[in-house]
Design a binder for this molecule. Structure first.
Ligand code: GDP
Ligand code: MG
Length: 440
């Protein structure tokens, strides 16, 4: 995979004191191959590599990082830049209603995303109106109505005998009358781009003058997504893109190229079929995901800014010697809770997305409380010596004491061991950074 490949090269570089031009060239060969394999557009890759090379070989040398980390940082920065830098927001018209037109190929996720956007807007106390303009696909109107019912959002439909242009037009009149501040128009798609589809979309656009035209693309379609985005943008002048199905096993190449090729920002990411599975698109997170590294740098920055320095030193010593205990774990949890939302932090841990089963781990506070209960049900000796927890009788006692199950206790201990291993790797990296600093 892209991640493994880069990882191997990064690891090789990590042991070095200085990055030479040859090193960078070697790394960039890997990055180029990996990006092409991830279906990133050829031209985009070429420009990207040139930019990274220039910066990596150039004068931007951060003393606190190892050479490998430096290159990672440059690659990460440039990837983020490529996907649009800052995340963008949905338009708000100065005079209501704000009209949003959803376009894209069949099956891309337009109707689903229309529902998700309605929910997203609802949460901001907006009053969206959904408009059923896909009159061709059987049951498309029904699909939107079902979503509307589920979300308690009104759906405007005139059946499948009235033209989409007319439906859209009347919908806006109704929105004005009913004081809906957003009108979300769900349009028809085809399996391929064709003139008839584009003409209809152009007609709707000319009639309703949308404030946003959002292209919905399926991230799993890779290079095709880029071609689709390019021609929709040429014909309709998009305002942004929604990338769906990012919850799947996609290689993310589409995310990289879409912005570069169209110049239009990716505004949202679809992360599942449910109505709440829509997230504002974070270029930085996507870059990290593509690199498969976890956001190491952000984590380091956050940790340095927030964790008490002395405690950090003591902790580091323990981590290095793998003396980290359950007691330390409890204390760390208290520290970590101070840092911010926990899923954010966990996502930043290097290797977290590689640990089996951890990828989709959503941290909920309840689960954490249970973990805390488990640790608190250990004896003082057990807390200080994780090795003691090999016997079933101890585990049973802890499960009983914490109101959990043996399975849960086992699972936690296993995760704890994984964490210890990761910490050891992590300290190896910071060691390298220190050595570098020492030499000046
Ligand atoms: P449309 O033809 O563009 O309107 O596409 P639909 O909204 O009907 O979606 C097509 C299929 O993709 C449906 O089965 C959706 O549940 C699914 N889908 C849409 N968005 C996502 C997403 O972000 N993740 C996943 N896993 N499935 C999605
Ligand atoms: Mg649809």
């Amino acid at each position: 995979s892209l991640a493994n490949r880069l990882q191997a090269t990064f690891d090789r570089l990590r042991g070095k004191g200085k990055v030479t031009e040859d090193d960078v060239n070697e790394m960039m060969r890997e990055v180029r191959l990996a990006l092409l394999e991830a279906d990133v557009n050829f031209k985009v890759v070429k420009e990207f590599i040139a930019k990274v090379k220039e910066r990596a070989i150039g004068q931007e040398v951060l003393k606190s990082l190892t050479p490998g980390q430096q290159v990672i940082k440059v690659v990460n920065d440039e990837l983020t830049q490529l996907m649009g830098g800052e995340q963008s927001k949905i338009a708000l018209a100065s005079k209501a209603p704000t009209v949003v037109m959803m376009v894209g190929l069949q099956g891309a996720g337009k109707t689903t995303t229309t529902g998700k956007l309605a929910k997203y807007l609802q949460k901001q106390n907006r009053r969206p109106l959904l408009v059923a303009c896909d009159i061709y696909r059987p049951a498309a109107i029904k699909q939107l109505q079902v979503l509307g019912e589920q979300l308690k959002v009104p759906v405007f439909s005139l059946g499948d005998q009235v033209s989409p242009v007319e439906i859209a037009n009347q919908a806006i009149e109704q929105a004005k009358a009913e004081h809906n501040d957003y009108v979300l128009i769900d349009t028809a798609g085809r399996l391929h781009i064709d003139e008839k589809l584009m003409d209809e979309l152009k007609d709707i656009r000319a009639t309703v003058n949308p404030h946003e035209i959002l292209l919905v693309v399926d991230a799993m379609t890779g290079q095709d997504a880029v071609n689709v985005a390019e021609s929709f943008n040429q014909q309709l002048e998009l305002s942004g893109v929604v990338l769906t199905k990012l919850d799947g096993d996609t290689r993310g190449g589409a995310a990289l190229s879409v912005k570069a090729v169209t110049g239009k920002p990716i505004k949202f990411a679809g992360m599942g079929e449910k109505m709440d599975a829509l997230e504002p698109f974070h270029p930085e997170r996507m870059a990290s995901r593509i690199l498969g590294m976890g956001d190491v740098l952000t984590l380091i920055e956050k940790a340095q800014a927030n964790v008490d320095q002395d405690k950090a030193k003591e902790l580091e010593r323990k981590m290095r010697k793998a003396e980290f205990t359950f007691e330390d774990f409890l204390e760390q949890m208290a520290q970590v809770r101070k840092l911010g939302p926990l899923d954010d932090l966990l996502g930043m841990l290097p290797g977290m997305n590689k640990v089996k089963g951890m990828k989709d781990l959503k941290v909920d506070e309840k689960a954490l409380n249970r973990v805390e209960a488990i640790v608190k049900s250990m004896t003082k000796e057990e807390k200080q010596n994780p090795e003691l927890l090999k016997t079933t009788s101890r585990k049973r006692r802890i499960a009983h004491g914490s109101g959990t199950s043996i399975q849960e206790v086992n699972r936690f201990i296993k995760q704890f061991e994984e964490m210890r291993k990761m910490m050891k790797q992590f300290t190896k990296m910071t060691d390298q950074a220190k050595k570098k600093k020492g030499k000046g």
